[in-house]
Design a protein around this ligand. Structure first.
Ligand code: GDP
Length: 296
């Protein structure tokens, strides 16, 4: 699981802090140097690390903390709070349209796990009492449509396709109608992916967004690609505007830095993490719980 290395290092730093009855500024500076190194090693964006450490330091050196009976504990609490905030605070929940019918538009680069995640999301929604439908809007790769159909079967969710169409907007609009006719209340639109962000893809996605007005655009990124995942998130957000990030492959040997940097760099929260290839391997992202897990 991601964060193992980071978790171990931070716990070591804290062991040192907890052991001391009183703390000096030098103690805090030394501890923060180690926190900084641990975060950088976990592949957290360097600007994010700097701001994080500066903020923790400033708060830790406050009079109430230094003069308290348990300064080490207080510093750990500050790190915990700041880490929670860094990962998105409380704003990481998936939202549903108040109109009763919700459209999610799934975007992302090829190979990140977008199509698999569409199935995982459908599975998650079903468990939460929703009636989802999937829609295949990749007009370039027939294999992507086949794959979504396989995924749909696996999670027992209908899949809307229009193989002859070359217009994603038309396909998605027809899917909305069909979903409503069938009594579904969520449509998950799988879009085309590319190996890199390019203008043509972005224009297509912007057009699709304009046509279907999704309640949320969810960007799928691969945690294993580290800061590239964060850069992709920045690129998609600048050009398209996204509402949340789904970070896949957090079960692999990713160092976790992308999940820690994404919110701060893009302003958009991580809403889910993918933790395996199976369709139930999708977890809502809870910054608070994740911070506690990292800090032990
Ligand atoms: P797409 O090209 O973005 O649609 O990617 P796919 O959905 O085809 O996924 C690419 C590969 O990543 C597949 O082998 C998936 O099983 C795998 N994958 C997707 N999500 C996860 C995850 O959270 N953990 C792991 N270990 N593998 C994943």
């Amino acid at each position: 699981m991601a964060f193992e290395g980071l978790s171990e290092k931070l716990q070591n730093v804290f062991k040192g802090l907890k052991g001391k009855g009183s703390l000096t500024e030098a103690d805090i500076n030394a501890a923060m140097r180690e926190v900084k190194l641990a975060l950088l090693e976990a592949d957290v964006n360097f600007k994010v690390v700097k701001e994080f450490v500066d903020s923790v330091k400033q708060k830790s050196l406050g009079e109430e903390v230094m003069a308290s009976l348990t300064p080490g504990q207080q510093v750990i609490k500050i790190v915990n709070d700041e880490l929670t905030e860094l990962m998105g605070g409380t704003g990481s929940k998936l939202t549903y349209s108040p109109k009763g019918f919700t459209v999610y538009m799934m975007v992302g680069l090829q190979g990140t796990g977008k199509t698999t995640t569409c199935g995982k999301l459908a599975n998650y929604l079903k468990k939460n009492g929703k009636k989802p439908m999937l829609c295949a809007c990749d007009i370039y790769r027939p294999a992507a449509i086949d794959q979504l159909e396989v995924v749909g079967k696996a999670v027992d969710t209908p899949v809307f396709t229009m193989r002859e169409s070359r217009e994603p907007e038309k396909i998605a609009l027809a899917a909305i109608k069909e979903a409503e006719r069938k009594g579904c209340n969520v449509l998950i639109v799988d879009t085309a992916g590319r190996l890199q962000i390019d203008e043509e893809l972005m224009e297509e996605l912007v057009r699709l967004k304009g046509a279907i007005k999704p309640h949320e655009i969810l960007l799928v990124v691969d945690a294993l690609t580290g800061q590239d995942a964060v850069n992709a998130a920045e690129g998609f957000n600048d050009r398209l505007g996204i509402d949340g990030i789904i970070m896949t492959k957090m079960d692999g040997d990713s160092r976790g830095g992308a999940a820690l940097s994404a919110k701060k760099v893009t302003g958009r929260p991580v809403k889910f993490v993918g933790t395996g290839e199976k369709f139930d391997a999708l977890e809502p992202f809870h910054p608070e719980r994740m911070a506690s897990r990292i800090l032990g």
